[in-house]
Design a protein. Structure first.
Length: 732
């Protein structure tokens, strides 16, 4: 008998009343209201803590760099008290396209300098003199902006005020064609910071989830239940993150943003899987408590394994040297645990408190299973994969391998400009600086001498620094914490590979003079950050792969299946990152990626990507108990295809919400994870994995001796699985 996409699935037989009372059903019946009340209390307690999460975020160098490095020590000397940070410099640069500035332009620049800063915004210091470039095509002056504490808005307000004042002053100067831009460290930080983005992310995630749930269930009210559960989970998770931050973990703006979309996406995914099974069981059980109890019994192993995989992958970040990555691990892992707990407790409580009417107008009942299953599309896909497994496996593999070639366009960058939207004013101004002034003038190195250093030691250090190849200038600078310092300018791009070599050579030469000399400054920070990210990648990647493989082995009780799944996940990661690189280059015009972005994307794509394979394989393993592996694959794909696709769209949508942030690194993580989840959902899980399982047959379960029966067990047995997609065992 051939199974086709137009075949009507067999009717789901309701259970007799005598089998409709279980211990888990009784627990659900008695605990629903206490559970709901408990989560409301948790959310009420957590919300004030969640609102204060931004107050404990750390986004200075110490929050990212490992301790003990030169750049970390210099940053600590420059800002000994995080609550009283050092001044940030804004660079105001003038240019006239490709032409030279005339005397009137320079006079106008001096007038702008006076007018824009005379009654300037709070925190703006005295401006420097106007300096004209050697080629006569640009001019600049600088001002220091002094914040009072780490979380105030003085720098952002000052940069905005300077831009407004400069525009007015330039208009009064009547110099058409003279361009002016506010650049420098202060402007870059402002253009890279969207302010309090958590509320925007919450709203965007809620809208995305609501739309996708409405499209999935076509019910005017059902979509509210997973959304309410997800919002409760997010608030509790953010409150827990605040507690972890107070306990000493580094919480960065990246961690906070990722936590919101991760918990929203994961919680909704778990809700979709549970709701899908609940609808099936409502067609078998008259009692809604028994239906949700059976749905919990059937889906909990897959949900726990899914959450366990993501949690294990995230906890691997705790071995990172980079403090931001190390802090993200337990913070995000706790969010996943909260999401799982919410969907296994508060979601069932909400469903049974409200009853069947939530599923109107497609509420299934015993003897009327409308709304319990609608698998026509996925029956067709299962039929296709069943007929052509070789083609499906090879075609997807070739597509992913071709997409992976996009990795050749992916490059790592230490330049802070590549973390700012490319159309920002600070980026435009910085490019003018790089074109017309010495490369290192906008980002000098800071050399800190020992406390005992005298003027002779300073001159020796200046001579040594100038002798290093790639150093353009070196001169004494203001002391830090009583220690003498030098300002060193490089003759090349301060963030390129040549600069990294020069910084390392400078450290080597100066330490021969005195081992306590430190070389810091923004270029040194980025060099140390890139090196630490590379070392973290070497340690974390194999650890994540091992942890996820072990969890899959324990879940599926097999060695072959986890290895097969991990091979598909790694190929999917390569293809997804290759596609993402092309999107970064040709759609968003981003520059090189940050050194640690690879780790973020790898951990999330591997851990989250394997989720959908877990949902599919667990259902296949369940169906395998009642039939052949071939029948189980086709039944499992048919039954889970729609809900897993919806879950993938939700998770991809929530992560893609990160693309709205001005921090390019965070946006890149969101875009890449969104693309990767779609690839895993639509290609790997839908075609490649079921095709490979069909080709491997019973060997996929090795070394388990998993014996199935040739036909499914009777539907009225309370101990066996009955689904809405029974497929004949002689499927061909």
């Amino acid at each position: 008998m051939r199974y086709t996409s137009t075949e009507t699935p067999p009717r789901i037989e309701p259970l007799p009343p005598t089998s409709a009372r279980t211990r888990l059903g009784t627990v659900v019946r008695r605990a629903k209201w206490p559970v709901l009340l408990l989560w409301i209390i948790l959310a009420v307690v957590a919300t004030p803590l969640a609102d204060k999460l931004g107050d404990v975020e750390r986004n200075d160098a110490a929050a990212y760099l490992p301790r003990g490095l030169d750049s970390s020590k210099v940053a600590q000397l420059a800002e000994p008290d995080p609550d009283r940070p050092g001044a940030e410099t804004a660079v105001i640069v003038f240019s006239r396209g490709s032409g030279s500035l005339d005397d009137a332009d320079v006079r106008a620049a001096r007038g702008v300098r006076t007018d824009a800063t005379a009654s300037g915004p709070a925190g703006v210091g005295r401006p420097s003199d106007v300096q004209v470039s050697e080629d006569g095509k640009a001019a600049l002056f600088t001002v220091d902006i002094q914040p009072v504490h780490e979380d105030d808005d003085i720098v952002a307000d000052a940069v905005a005020g300077l831009r407004e004042n400069i525009e007015s002053a330039l208009a009064e100067a009547h110099r058409p064609g003279l361009d002016v831009h506010v650049a420098g460290e202060a402007a870059i930080d402002v253009d890279n910071d969207g302010g309090d983005v958590d509320a925007a992310l919450m709203l965007t995630s809620m809208v995305i989830v609501a739309i996708l749930l409405l499209l999935t269930y076509r019910s005017p009210v059902l979509w509210l239940i997973p959304l309410i559960g997800s919002v409760l989970a997010v608030q509790v998770a953010r409150g827990a993150a605040y507690g972890l931050a107070k306990a000493g973990l580094s919480v960065t703006d990246i961690s906070s943003a990722i936590l919101i979309v991760l918990v929203f996406g994961a919680a909704t995914d778990y809700a979709l899987l549970l709701l899908n099974r609940y609808r099936e069981e409502l067609a078998r059980y008259e009692d809604k408590h028994e239906a949700i109890a059976e749905a919990l019994r059937r889906t909990t192993p897959a949900l726990v394994a899914s959450a366990g995989t993501v949690t294990a992958g995230l906890l691997c970040l705790m071995i990172a040297d980079l403090a931001g990555l190390r802090g993200l691990g337990p913070i995000a892992a706790s969010g996943v645990v909260v999401a799982l707990a919410a969907m296994l407790t508060v979601l069932p409580a909400l469903l049974v408190c409200c009853g069947r009417w939530l599923l109107w107008p497609r509420a299934p009942r015993p003897g009327r299973e409308q709304g319990a299953s609608d698998h026509r599309v996925w029956r067709g896909i299962a039929a296709f994969v069943g007929r052509l497994p070789h083609f499906a496996a090879i075609a997807v593999t070739l597509l992913l391998a071709g997409a992976a070639t996009g990795l050749t366009s992916l490059s790592s960058s230490a330049d802070p400009l590549d973390k700012v939207p490319p159309n920002s004013e600070s980026v435009t101004g910085q490019r003018v600086l790089q074109d017309h002034f010495p490369s290192g003038v906008s980002a000098p190195l800071t050399v800190v001498l020992p406390t005992s250093a005298d003027s002779t030691d300073v001159q020796r250090a200046v001579t040594t620094a100038k002798a290093v190849d790639g150093v353009a200038a070196a001169a004494p600078d203001d002391p830090l914490q009583g220690r003498r310092t030098l300002s060193v300018e490089l003759s090349m791009d301060p963030y390129g590979d040549e600069a990294r070599s020069t910084i390392k050579a400078l450290r080597t030469e100066l330490r021969q003079q005195n081992g306590d000399i430190l070389v810091g400054g923004t270029p040194a920070v980025q060099t140390d950050y890139q090196d630490a990210a590379l070392e973290d990648t070497k340690r974390i990647v194999p650890l994540v792969l091992d942890a996820v493989t072990i969890i899959l082995g324990l879940l599926l009780r097999s060695i072959v299946a986890p290895l097969m799944l991990m091979a598909t996940v790694v190929l999917s990661f390569a293809g997804s990152l290759g596609l993402s690189a092309l999107v970064f280059d040709h759609v968003f015009d981003f520059g090189g990626v940050a050194g640690d972005m690879f780790i973020y994307i790898f951990v999330f794509l591997v851990a989250l990507g394997v989720d959908y394979n877990i949902f599919l394989m667990e259902r296949i393993r369940e169906e395998r108990a009642h039939g052949t592996t071939r029948t189980a694959v086709l039944k499992g794909l048919t039954a889970t295809g729609g809900v897993i696709t919806a879950a993938g769209l939700v998770l991809a949508g929530t992560f893609s919400a990160l693309a709205q942030l001005p921090d390019v690194t965070v946006a890149e993580v969101g875009i890449a994870v969104g693309i990767g989840v779609l690839v895993d959902t639509l290609l790997v899980r839908s075609f490649q994995v079921p095709a490979l399982v069909l080709l491997l047959g019973d060997r996929v379960w090795w070394p388990s001796r998993h014996k199935g029966t040739s036909a499914a067990a009777p539907a009225n047995s309370g101990q066996t699985s009955t689904t809405s997609t029974e497929i004949p065992s002689d499927f061909t």
